[in-house]
Structure formats: C-alpha cells, structure tokens
Design a protein around this ligand. Sequence first.
Ligand code: SF4
Length: 331
Amino acid sequence: MSALLAVEGLCVRFAAREGRMVHAVEGVSFSIPSGGALGLVGESGSGKSTTARAIAGLQAPSEGRVLLDGEPFGRQSARSARARVQLVFQDAQGSLDPRRPVGWSVEEPLALQGSGTAKTRRARAFAALDACGLDPKLSLRYPHELSGGQRQRVAIARALVCEPQLVILDEPTSALDVSVRAQIVNLLCDLRQRFGLAYLFVSHDLAVVRRVCEEVAVMYLGRIVERAPRSELFASPRHPYTQALLAAVPEIGRDLALAPLALDPASPLAPPSGCAFHPRCPRRSEVPAQRCSLELPILQTHGDAALSCHLAAGAVPRAHPAAPGSGASRG
Ligand code: SF4
C-alpha cells in the first residue's frame, strides 16, 4: 500500500544556552497509509509533539523531509495541500477564539481557503458539528460556555470541516475526565471509519493508543526506538523502554508480568552517550564491553517491525518477565 504520509530522516534541533544544541528529534522515519493510524508514544520530552509539529509545518525541520502522497509537504505547500492535513491539540480552548461563537471558529478554515459562499460554509460547519455529536445550535455559544468535552468536539469539527486526509492529534484526550475521554476516543474511531481518515496520534496514554491505532512507534529522547503493529507491540514489547512504559499501565503490565522502571525524565539538553536509555536500562549488563554506553544502536527493521537495541533481536524476550533474575528492577 502506498504511503499517504512519509516522514524521512526528520531532525529538529534548537539552539540552547551556552552554544549547546537541543536534538529534539533525530532521524525519525515512518509512514502512514491512507486511512491508517499510527500512535506516537513516549514520555514528556521524547520529541513526539515536536515531530507532529514539524510534520504539520508548524516547526521547520533541520534535516529530512515530509511527503504527502509523494509530494514534499510543509509550510510552503499550497493552502489547498495544507488543508489536507489538520491538527487537533490537547488544549481545545487555545485553538478556539474566545471572542467568537464556536460556529465562527469551525467555519474559519473554509473562509481562509476562500472555499464556497457564506451559506455553504455555514452548512459545512453545521454538518461537521453534527458529525462530532454536537447540536449545530451550539454554534452560537462561546468557548467558555461549553464543557471541556464539547470544546474538544468543536476543535475536531474545525479539523473535519476541511475534509482532510490526515489528522494529527496531539494528546487530544489528556485534558479530559476519564468518562469524557472514552467518549472522545469513540468519536475519533467512528470519524476515522466514516470518513476514511488517517491519524497520527500523539499520546502518552498507551491504553488510548491501543484503542485507536493499528501501528505504534515508541520515541525516547528524540529517536524512535521501537515500531510495531499494535497487536505485536502490546502482546510482546521488545525494547526495554517499551517494556517499561507498558509496565506503567496496570492492566497491560500485570498481564505481561512486566516490571516498571523508575521513569525519571532524561534531559534532551544532555542526552547520555551511546544508547540514550542506558542509564535506566535494566538489561544493559547483558550487552558486553559497555557497548550500550558507547555505541548508538541503529533502528533495524525486522519484518513489519523495527527495533533499536544492541541485544540481538532474537534475544529480546517477547515479554519481559518480572521474575527474579530477569534483570528488571524498580530503579
Ligand atoms: Fe538497553 Fe543496551 Fe538495548 Fe539500550 S541498547 S535498550 S541500554 S540493552
């Protein structure tokens, strides 16, 4: 299947104090087929949101390229091409104009494109609100008059009204209560099926990613360390960092008998040498000659999955048992 979105060797670097560079994203590559959904997961500071912003053209890449249907895509792309990729952020309040009724915010992207007449734009905005489970009468309300879940539905309607092929969702449920979160996840699954949307779903919530996405890429300090189909990644995580992340999700960690790590955030300003995960990795002692602290592991493809770890692919257990002697620890 040809890729709708192809990300090739994407790097984003920022100048920091004292002449240092922050390597926020380093050599990230993946693709999403038309109608597919990829989850990008990792802790805060892993580079997943910066990756999403670079793909959407909100952040200039330092290296690499983004292709949409085989054509270079970015902030220089024509408005009609940019309309094919829409973003939904965690903070719906921030993406809606507080001084305007929400209906205006849903119509605005169409007005900016110069698409249709005022009447047809209004009709499309109403249809998008309706598809998102909102009564179009709510279009006259202001953002502060809506609940958090309703505001997020409006933000999704604003993305949907452009009839995009790809929606980039950056932590779209993180600010919501658990019950509302489930409703928004159901809505996203429904919209994807109904309109044939592709999703890049950025989240630290692995349970939500498991529900929405068929493929998952795990980022650690700016790099993808593991990528696999959902069923494979959740049933048999291979990278020690993926195992640690899943161990922190009670129902998943318990089922796989994974041991959680102390997940202290590492600084992208001073990434460790070699494998950036090595100071926290419970399995580095299995790799001889201090290779983990000296040599950066390369992301290697194995079938439809990819792994970046010096442990030979076949030697990484499909689940990481928490039994004594497994090498797992809580700190
Ligand atoms: Fe752990 Fe070494 Fe693999 Fe990095 S390369 S995840 S430190 S075993």
